[in-house]
Each structure stands twice: as structure tokens, then as C-alpha cells.
Design a protein. Structure first.
Length: 324
């Protein structure tokens, strides 16, 4: 597994949910042991205590959990699965042949951290019998997709796909076998890249950009090699520092009220906050590459910093709109 980003302090903890043989789980597990992989499997859980994949996980020294869904309501079973996953310390959940639709509450709890591999080139052929559908449609290509899980079946953001040629003499079984090989290649790579994103300067900058440009009449420029954001033809309210002067950090620079607030923030959380070089006491640097960025908090910082430089005509309009 190639290194897909800067080294993180520890691998991301992933729980895998299965219902059967667990071949995709095995692919994820074995890939996790290669140098440079950014995740580890901390739990394999199943809704079927007889699932062969559980025995494999146990033999490989991975913790397992099994709870038969038969005789249980969906909410109760989902809650038990959630509790087991949470107790394992998992930060992400990877569905790997988990043949039970998860309810809205489970999906909401793991929003943005719940992935699935599906045997079609989404948005084609959601649900079951995907290979049959591809063959009946006369497709020349089939394949698989890794996507985020949402309440709508197989409709979440597609994170990656792999295509597989459909041969003239293919049937469902032969096509499924080759698509499964593609799944085993694709899923570990996509999962590895996805859990690494909170440490990638490019992705972090993109998150700031989206939020900064949402501020009224804001624009992006580049200054001193850094992306910066300001009012059109006005002052700047935010910068993104990425390994600036070789410090190895990715941080958001925003305005504060002065040296007292700057000092207090640094004292309260010196790992996250620091005084940016050459910016003085009216700015604070907020680390974005610690893996736990609260983006709602960043939204607040950007809005506040924008307000400190925005013309009164803009802030007055916003204040008036807020009254309604």
C-alpha cells in the first residue's frame, strides 16, 4: 500500500461489519498491515454468529462481535451494533458484505465515517442483482464503487470506482468473481485515502476555501505562497499556512481581538493554537492537521474574522437580515 499522505500519529481505527465469508474484510485487514497504511482493523462484527469471516478475524487476532438479528427489531439490533463498534474505539465503520440495511439513527451517528463497497458502477444498479442487471442491459463494462452510506440506498458520495470488462460469455457468477477481485483492490486504497484526508494540506485548504468564500463578497488570492481570503478590494481575514517556513503544520490564520485573547488561546490549548510568525498579536494560528478539526468551530472563526474587516454596509445588511 503506497503512502497516500503525511504520516499520522497513529492509524485510524476501523470496525468492519460483515454477514458472510468476509473476503472484503480480509482484503482490508491484510492491506492494513502493509507499511504506510493509515488504518487498522479493531473489530469485525456481524449480524450472523455463523459468518465464516468471524472465524478468520479471530484467527488473525482481531476482536469480533456477533449478534443474530433474527427476533430483534431493527432499532434494537442497530443500537447493539453501534454500542459494540463504539466500545471498540473505532472512528470509522466499513461495511463489507453486511447484508442488513442500517437504520437512520445508526447512519446519522456515523455520518461521514460510514463506508460501503457496492458491486456496480454507481449510480447504475443500486441494490441487489447488480451483475444480472449489467448483463441484461448489454453493458460492456461492470465494476464496483466505494461510497459513503446515507439513508438512501447506495446513493451516498462515490469515493472511488474500478471498472471490469464484461466478456461475451460471462454469466452472473463469472462476472461477480472478477468484480470481487476489483473490490479487493479498490476498497483498501479508498479507505486508506479517506481516513488520511484530515491530515492532507490540499484537502484541508479546500475545506477552508469553501467556507471562506461563503462569506459575503470574499475572494481568494495567494500571498507569500499561502492561500489567503479577503473582502473584494478590501482587507484579508484568513490565511492557510501549509508547511510555511518548513514548520510542518497546516493551519488557519484568523484575526483575534488582540494579545490577551491570543495568549489565552495558546495557554489553553498549545497544541492547537500558536502565534503565527510575522503576523503579530492580532492573529492566531489554528492547527487543522491534528485529525479532529471541528469544522463548525472553523466556520465561526471565519465568520468572526470576516466581520472584523468587512465594511459597515455589509455587516449592517447581515445584522438587518438576522432580525427577520
Amino acid at each position: 500500500m503506497p503512502d497516500e499522505g503525511p504520516a499520522r500519529r497513529r492509524p485510524a481505527r476501523v470496525a468492519v461489519l460483515i454477514s458472510g465469508s468476509g473476503t472484503n474484510m480480509a482484503a482490508l485487514l491484510y492491506a492494513s498491515r502493509l507499511e504506510g497504511t493509515a488504518y487498522e482493523i479493531v473489530l469485525v462484527a456481524s449480524n450472523d454468529p455463523r459468518a465464516p469471516g468471524l472465524r478468520l478475524a479471530q484467527a488473525e487476532g482481531v476482536a469480533t462481535f456477533a449478534l443474530d438479528h433474527r427476533g430483534m427489531s431493527r432499532p434494537d439490533h442497530d443500537a447493539a451494533m453501534h454500542d459494540a463498534v463504539e466500545a471498540s474505539g473505532a472512528e470509522y465503520v466499513a461495511l463489507a458484505g453486511y447484508m442488513r440495511v442500517l437504520g437512520s439513527e445508526f447512519v446519522a451517528r456515523w455520518k461521514g465515517r460510514l463506508l460501503n463497497v457496492h458491486p456496480s458502477l454507481l449510480p447504475k444498479y443500486r441494490g441487489l442483482h447488480t451483475h444480472r442487471a449489467a448483463l441484461e442491459a448489454g453493458d460492456t463494462w461492470a465494476g464496483c464503487s466505494v461510497h459513503l452510506v446515507t439513508d438512501e440506498l447506495d446513493a451516498g458520495e462515490v469515493l472511488g470506482q474500478a471498472s471490469v470488462a464484461v466478456l461475451p460469455d460471462d454469466d452472473e457468477e463469472t462476472l461477480a468473481a472478477r468484480v470481487r477481485i476489483a473490490e479487493h483492490q479498490l476498497y483498501p486504497r479508498i479507505l486508506n485515502g479517506y481516513v488520511s484526508r484530515p491530515y492532507h494540506a490540499e484537502w484541508l485548504t479546500a475545506q477552508v476555501r469553501e467556507r471562506a468564500l461563503a462569506q459575503p463578497q470574499s475572494e481568494e488570492t495567494v500571498s507569500h505562497g499561502m492561500a489567503c481570503f479577503g473582502i473584494v478590494k478590501g482587507k484579508r481575514f484568513a490565511w492557510v499556512s501549509s508547511d510555511h517556513h518548513g514548520d510542518g503544520k497546516t493551519a488557519l490564520l484568523v484575526r483575534v481581538s488582540g494579545p490577551d485573547e491570543q495568549a489565552q488561546l495558546i495557554e489553553n490549548d498549545p497544541e492547537r493554537y500558536y502565534r503565527p510568525a510575522y503576523f503579530g498579536a492580532d492573529w492566531i494560528a489554528i492547527r487543522l492537521d491534528l485529525g479532529d478539526t471541528d469544522w463548525e468551530d472553523i466556520d465561526g472563526w471565519l465568520a468572526r474574522s470576516w466581520r472584523t474587516v468587512a465594511p459597515r454596509r455589509l455587516t449592517s445588511l447581515i445584522d438587518a437580515a438576522d432580525e427577520f
